[in-house]
Design a protein around this ligand. Sequence first.
Ligand code: UD1
Length: 432
Amino acid sequence: MEKIIIEGGYRLQGRVKISGAKNAALPIMTACLLSDEKCVIRNTPDLVDVASLSAILGELGAGVERGEGGTVEIKVESEENSTAPYDMVRKMRASFCVLGPLLARRGRAKVSLPGGCVIGLRPIDLHLKGLRALGARIDVEGGYVLAEAPRLRGAKIYLGGPFGSSVTGTANVMMAATLAQGTTIIECAACEPEIEDLAHFLNKMGAKISRLGTPRLIIEGVDSLHGADYEIIPDRIEAATYIIAAAITQGDVTIESARLEHLAAVVDKLSEIGVVVTGEDKSLKVIAPAKFSSTDLVTLPYPGIPTDLQAQFTALLSLADGISVVTEKIFPDRFMHIAELNRLGANIRKEGPHAIITGASELSGAPVMASDLRASAALILAGLVARGKTIVNRVYHLDRGYERIEEKLSSLGAQISRIEDERGSSEEVIYT
Ligand code: UD1
């Protein structure tokens, strides 16, 4: 088991390039199951999640080859096996996105239920509701979703749930609808840029999706899709994590290959804290104040502040002047990082779906345990500014979502390294 060691207190300076978006890459890779022609996906991040999904696509008959510079080529060679097994799906929820494409193209699919995870309950009722509305017969048996439909039919589908839209739910239903007979209208579709990116890719494959990026997607079904060559958008969560890294160390950093238009709510909230982010021509400049102001923050579906940045904002606000309240509206139990941040000297308490943060004047290094991907990022951010040494255990979470994070942070002047824990561990790795 590996751990990351950070010597805090170094100001970050320089330029860092953002990788392709994980949450766009994963559904786009599953969309390749919709055709038997070769697809070329560029700017695919080199992450454990991408490797895990490649293995699942391989199991489902696709050849997946990673080339230079983030290019991944995917071509379905055999359509015989349509079963995505438990051992593979439970490791990464996004792999459930194979369900829609398999069902639409092969008329059948057997995909393991992904289960819950450390950030809370992760139901899939909206995915199944949408696919049933398209005419699929769906049974849940022995921990698997069994889906069947000789040919899906277009339908009007409302995809909102108790927490708003579902990102991967929208991906699954939109992908299935591309090959349905007739027109599908999805109301309360997720508007995340990654869903828009997936829709652009599908259209490049020959799909007919309109009103991209809006909560009302219109999909005219077609008979078949062909191969496509596509470049994935930059990762807005990674970009914002580096913006916060620059801010928390009072650094001077230029973030390259990021899109300001995907970060409007984030940049606005940062400005309330005192952090100025300016951008031109896909590169962003971060100017940090000497002291951060407290603020209140609520996570929401896009274009609100993403839940995937809640932990990182919490780390930053733990050093702000005064009291901040962070409210989690997407995953109300996603607060595993609080106890660990408190080990570093933060003063945070949890009240239901709220984190109440009383700003501390400084943090001090300590050993901490990462519980999930974004919690790991928050601990790294806190470690960058904590006095002395911070040791982050269970860093395998980081490799799911941050490409070469120590290398990128080191190049900005952080004192960060990765070591193998000599004691080793037989701990099970479950991805969220
Ligand atoms: C995706 C992202 C994840 C992000 C999350 C919320 C990918 C691969 N992952 O996850 O990084 O944190 O969006 O932005 O893109 N819900 C239901 N029923 C469903 C599905 C979801 O009630 O069938 C609820 C969930 O419990 C949650 C909310 O809807 O409260 C949003 O979840 P959802 O958007 O589906 O998250 P994911 O797509 O799994």
